[in-house]
Design a binder for this molecule. Structure first.
Ligand code: BG6
Length: 484
């Protein structure tokens, strides 16, 4: 049973925006053990009352409905403690270990809500003061390096202290309700799995579009770019869940092993092949929802000569029996028309058309899995338009499963709620095993190297659009189009 949670970087943006709201919701739902203490440390100076008041203010700001339940808040705030100290200092952490975490039999979760550059030093200090013990679970989050080598460096420093089973690497996309529903859709329904292969599927599209720009985190973002920031983790994880073989069970090892096989089967995109299979873009001035927005290179603190991509589109192939010949088109960008994340599975044309006159072609069915803003699943089917018309007119209509309509009374948990609860339960299925992160970096590093050697430019696109024209061309060359 987990008794203590230590949040290092407890006065930071991630903690206020995601961790405290998630923990509050878990408390409200009665999911936190009554003994659980939440100990937050940061370098900022404030006493416990000031800290609790700030958490309360931030909850009001970030909770979806904004309303705090008084009884739940009383219970939750009583768990919160804060200490001003430097977690890289053994001497300062030592005081916490001796005075707060006196009972070493209490299970502990340590969340590093800090930049990865200090992971190694903090973990070393945790170990030196006796907190990094067998009954501790460590939670960390991206960016886990900027390439394979730097990831291995970070990882090695953790592995010198912890066992792999103790480390929970968060990819928050895996905590999204519809992402988990992907597993259900594929493996709990008889309908799709027999069709889930290159005999029936023409291609797959994965789009994660954002309307926000790099904004307050320009320098950080500029070091990363869309490929590292979104594709290396979120988009590749979605691709794994879509493409993997049925795991033997939901056991973490079974699921991770299958995902690893997908990553290892990704056809490398190297050297000159990057020009045909990838598109880089960077947003220019434009307007979003009627508001004009600056170009990426004109954002506050920007380097006007930056060639960092804020958009990327990739045509990927999975070299295995199931997926040979099926392109997976991935696309993500900032300052796009609207915020949405969607997976489109386009089925092949029918083998023989008896309705050719009505449809003019032979369209296949389309399954759309929507992750955000709304979560739901739509299956596009051709239907006869009701009536006596002897031409037998047809129209595409969709079978629509909206999660919020189907489960009206249910609170759809935020990704962090689900993931923190899973850490408490010791279930690592929805987390990233080290070899998955490493394998994803290998694929990404090839693309980056190809961009560097071919000096591929990030082409401008208008903010508020769906990316540069090359992205349309990438798909059009194969006789297809993006489903926007
Ligand atoms: C983060 C990226 O991992 O995901 C951000 O670093 C991005 O740049 C965010 O904005 C998107 O997450 P979500 O859940 O809003 O789609």
């Amino acid at each position: 049973m987990i008794c203590d949670m230590l949040i290092i970087g407890g006065d930071g943006d991630l903690a206020y925006r995601k961790l405290y709201p998630a923990l509050y919701h878990l408390d409200l739902a009665g999911c936190l053990p009554s003994c659980l203490r939440i100990v937050c440390i940061s370098r900022s100076q404030h006493n416990v009352d000031q800290f609790r008041a700030k958490v309360r203010e931030m909850l009001a700001k970030y909770l979806k409905n904004g309303a705090l339940d008084n009884a739940a808040w009383q219970r939750f705030s009583a768990r919160l403690n804060s200490y001003s100290l430097d977690a890289t200092s053994e001497a300062e952490l030592g005081v916490l270990s001796r005075e707060v975490f006196t009972d070493k039999s209490r299970d502990l979760i340590t969340y590093l809500a800090t930049p990865p550059t200090i992971f190694a030093t903090v973990c070393q200090s945790l170990w030196a003061v006796g907190l990094a013990r067998e009954n501790m679970r460590l939670v960390i989050e991206k960016p886990l390096g900027h390439d394979r080598e730097s990831f291995l460096q970070i990882n090695d420093s953790l592995m010198a202290i912890f066992k792999e089973q103790q480390v929970y690497r968060i990819d928050h996309y895996l905590g999204k309700e519809t992402v988990q529903n992907l597993l259900t859709l594929r493996f709990a329904n008889a309908l799709f799995e027999p069709l889930w292969n290159n005999t029936y599927i023409d291609h797959v599209q994965i789009t994660a579009a954002e309307s926000i720009g790099a904004e307050g985190r320009w320098s950080f973002y500029d070091e990363a770019g869309a490929l590292r920031d979104m594709v290396q983790n979120h988009l590749l994880q979605l691709l794994c869940l879509l493409a993997m073989e049925p795991p033997a069970s939901l056991d973490p090892r079974a699921v991770h092993d299958e995902k690893l096989k997908v990553l290892r089967s990704l056809a490398p995109i190297k050297g000159r092949a990057v020009a045909d299979n990838t598109v880089r873009g960077q947003y220019n001035t434009g307007s979003i929802e009627g508001q004009s927005v600056p170009a990426y290179t004109a954002e506050q603190g920007a380097n006007p000569r930056s060639n960092t991509e804020t958009f990327v589109a990739i045509k990927a192939h999975i070299n295995n029996w199931r997926w040979a010949g099926v392109p997976f088109y991935l696309r993500t960008g900032k300052r796009m028309q609207r915020r949405y994340c969607e997976i489109v599975v386009q089925f092949k044309e029918l083998p023989h058309a008896i309705f050719q006159e009505q449809t003019g072609q032979n369209p296949g069915n389309r399954l759309v899995i929507q992750l955000q803003p709304e979560e739901g699943i739509r299956l596009h089917l051709l239907n006869k338009v009701p009536g006596l018309d002897e031409n037998f007119p047809l129209e595409t209509v969709s079978l629509d499963l909206s999660l919020s309509d189907a489960f009206t009374e249910r609170h759809v948990p935020d990704a962090y709620e689900r993931l923190l609860f899973d850490v408490m339960r010791g279930n690592s299925t929805l987390f990233m095993r080290a070899d998955l992160v490493e394998e994803a970096w290998i694929w990404i590093d090839d693309i980056r190297e190809g961009w560097n050697t071919t000096k591929l430019k990030a082409n401008p696109y208008m903010a508020g659009s769906m990316g540069p024209a090359d992205s349309v061309a990438l798909v059009a060359r194969d006789g297809r189009q993006w489903q926007d």
